[in-house]
Design a protein around this ligand. Sequence first.
Ligand code: AMP
Length: 196
Amino acid sequence: MLITILHGPPGSGKGTQAQYLTKRYGLQHVSTGEMLRDEAAKGTPLGNEVAPIMAEGNLVPDDLIVRVIESRLRDADTQRGVLLDGFPRTVPQARALDEMLRRSGRHVDLVLCLDVPEDKLIQRLLIRAKAEGREDDNLETIENRLEVYHRDTEPVLDYYRAKPGTAVECVDGDAPIEEVAMRVRDAVDRHYRDAA
Ligand code: AMP
């Protein structure tokens, strides 16, 4: 059972790389952003609560997203291994995740981070805005999301770097998709080898 976190700023290619990784390693892709967008599209009470927060590029409250993940990690399809994409996004979320995993005798094995320079992120997000029409992919919201990332999410890396039993592997994500996929694959394989 491998619990891996895909970490990186918005636009770093987490969703794209998740597709490759889940196939290769048989992991269940758990994207909190996708789950919340689904809820918002369905107009559930949770969806209606989070939609305005997401539209501005802010983070939804920690206790809310922790409840969502806690329930998802009880589902049968997540028992063989998961790839968490977009969670944890704050240090309190990381602490809550570790605590819930500890209760079931599990832990985060690997944090994979994608490094992409800021100007490339903005370019990519603006292209995605045109292609997918995501409401939070406009310049003002993008700038806010990057600020939120640096302030709240980047510290999650140092949290895991300081944690015994969890490896942190950073990969240069400023390259064509296939090339990044190879680098990510090498990083995961290296982790498996070192852990063996
Ligand atoms: P993403 O698709 O991962 O970029 O997430 C889209 C939006 O969903 C974010 O900008 C947040 O508003 C919200 N969101 C997703 N995951 C989290 C999380 N772990 N904590 C707080 N908000 C989140």
